[in-house]
Ligand binder design. Sequence first.
Ligand code: ADP
Ligand code: ADP
Length: 231
Amino acid sequence: MSLIRVNNVKKVYNGGEGEVVALGGITFDVQEGEFIALMGPSGSGKSTLLTILGAMNPPTSGQVIIDDIDVYNLPNEKRADFRSEYLGFVFQQFQLIPYLTAIENVMLPLAITGKSNREQVTMAERVLEKVGLGSKKNRLPNQLSGGEQERVAIARAIVNEPPILFADEPTGALDTKTGEEIMELFKLLNRDGQTIIMVTHNPEFLSHVKRAIFIRDGVLDETKHPGKKMA
Ligand code: ADP
Ligand code: ADP
């Protein structure tokens, strides 16, 4: 069974200037343990697809099935629970809370789990160690470099051990060397079993991922066949 099944997903936005077909019918599967780069020109529908996969943006038609659950068949409240249990997100702007320390930021998703404070601290410390920030856990975001803030955002996204990690241009705001280091971290997480789907503009990152999915004008670009195993 596939971890994710994307079945003929279409998305039409109704804007001021009429309808925009952002996705024209997208179908693919994701297996557990994959590391996928979602690539395509600006405006091709990558963000739309990522938010639809991320249970945040209902498609106009088609289904997203994750772990046998038809995500958009769930009532809104159940879908929110599903999202916090199954999905982690890292954004280009790290979206850390500026007045909370690194570890407090990482603990945020644990607040609703009913775990004891001691347990939450232990989980957050473990994941901060994993991303290489154990010694800086008590710093505020503005006392950390861009790459370190990104590591905090990644730690926060995975502290709940979600089966799927989504990243939207996670290296977009970083210099080349820092971006490479962050890619190495994603690779490490993937080697430990984390399924990752990442939107990126950067063709250099193709060497790091296991599969690339190319979109053009809202449909899969079948002219690009990078092969299944890339790394
Ligand atoms: P990127 O190209 O980096 O994905 P975009 O500029 O396309 O970023 O989109 C940034 C955000 O703005 C997204 O959340 C997207 O849904 C939204 N957006 C993009 N185009 C429009 C539009 N025409 N009208 C309203 N919102 C839009
Ligand atoms: P990408 O991430 O590849 O840049 P997007 O998914 O942001 O692409 O956008 C795909 C198309 O959908 C673009 O034409 C964009 O302007 C449009 N779009 C995206 N979000 C919105 C929105 N919220 N409202 C209207 N149009 C949107």
